[in-house]
Write a protein that binds this ligand. Structure first.
Ligand code: NAD
Length: 350
């Protein structure tokens, strides 16, 4: 039986508890911790869990805990993850990986040093359409990739709560939802090495008095765009807005000289795969998609299987680090008002 602890008992923790309880023959949730002890205790009672703590470090001392889910707000992803890895526990940490790239780097180092799984809770990696596109691209059906787009236009989606302050979220629309399209496009492209980023991030609607969130607390971006240049001349256009006066539209699109892959996660059809030349381009979208799901329960199943069978992290943290590196570069580019060089950290250099 794998013993699991959940750190952070806010909104998303319930989905993790549900995911683990679907695997009750393999997993037992042993403890829950939240800075707010009452919240931890309520969750423990709701889930039938033995231990509740306000200090997660007490939880990490329990020998019966093999793994933890880190469900804290983003600013508090790094330290609990590192402490858990140093205590010999496997870690599933919610998206985004961290508030900054430097935090992400320290997390990857802790995972490597302790030989423990560090998995990022990026449920889109298991979306059947993403898996089909990945197989298509890995089969060289696109030819040489030269351009990609990762766009999330939310019409009215400012979440409020802990998501609208740097002190808890690290950033805004990028960290909350831009991370989905950005990680997906980088994953599909096979994590090419960025060389520069020209970006902008802004607060357009954050201080609106009629939004339903506490506008005076709002200090993150609700909108941003970036052009990322990669080695060998590829470019990526990335954009996300929590609130734009466009129709809601999310898309991840990749173009190569011999084909394309397009994913529209919230539209129909969700997937379009094309292959061929200028005059004989044809659609090869499969009718049968690979097994997968964006349900958090599916992601948790992958985590538990990896622990049980000694497999590598199903969403490896070092691949996910690129999202935080690009976000940092966009913020830097915004401050400087110009394109900035992308610094690849040593631990990503092979
Ligand atoms: N995968 C998804 O679909 C999905 C959906 C929503 C949120 N998320 C991610 O999950 C994370 C949490 O989101 P949420 O909506 O649950 O936030 P939340 O603000 O509702 O809950 C966060 C909880 O963490 C606790 N906390 C913070 N620091 C702590 C610490 N050091 N020790 C113990 N507890 C601590 C807070 O007290 C709070 O109860 C965010 O990073 C968010 O991006 C993922």
């Amino acid at each position: 039986m794998i013993g699991v602890g959940i750190i952070g008992a806010g909104g998303i923790s319930q989905s993790h508890a549900n995911g683990y309880s679907q695997l009750s023959d393999q997993v037992e949730i042993t403890a829950v911790a939240d800075l707010d002890y009452e919240r931890a205790k309520l969750a423990a009672d709701r889930w039938g869990v033995k231990h509740a703590f306000s200090d997660y470090r007490q939880m990490l001392q329990l020998d019966q805990i093999d793994a933890v889910s880190v469900c804290t707000f983003t600013r508090a992803h790094c330290q609990p993850s590192i402490d858990a890895l140093n205590a010999g526990k496997h870690v599933l940490v919610e998206k985004p990986m961290a508030a900054t790239a430097e935090e992400g780097i320290q997390m990857v180092k802790a995972s490597r040093q302790n030989h423990r799984i560090l998995m990022i809770g990026m449920k889109w990696r298991f979306m059947p359409e993403v898996l089909a596109a990945k197989a298509f691209i890995d089969d060289h059906k696109l030819g040489k990739i030269y351009y990609a787009e990762a766009i999330g236009w939310q019409h009215r989606g400012i979440p409020g709560r802990t998501f609208i302050q740097k002190e808890t979220a690290g950033g805004g629309a990028f960290m909350d939802n831009g991370v989905y399209t950005l990680d997906t496009v980088l994953y599909l492209m096979g994590h090419p090495i960025p060389v520069s980023v020209s970006g902008t991030s802004a607060n357009i609607f954050g201080h609106s008095p009629d939004g339903g969130w506490e506008a005076e607390r709002f200090n993150v971006e609700d909108f941003g765009t970036a052009l990322v240049r990669f080695e060998e001349g590829m470019t990526l256009f990335f954009a996300h807005s929590w609130a734009i006066n466009f129709k809601e539209q999310w898309q991840v699109r990749i173009a190569g000289g011999r084909g394309s892959a397009e994913i529209y996660p919230f539209s129909n059809p969700k997937l379009r795969l094309m292959h061929g030349g200028y005059s004989d381009l044809s659609e090869l979208t499969p009718t049968d998609l690979p097994p997968g799901s964006i349900d958090i329960g599916y992601e948790i199943k992958q985590f538990v299987q990896a622990i049980e069978h000694g497999l590598p992290s199903p969403v490896p943290a070092d691949t996910f680090l690129y999202t935080n590196l690009i976000f940092d570069a966009i913020y830097r580019s915004t401050d400087l008002g110009r394109e900035v060089n992308f610094d690849l950290p040593d631990l990503l250099k092979s």
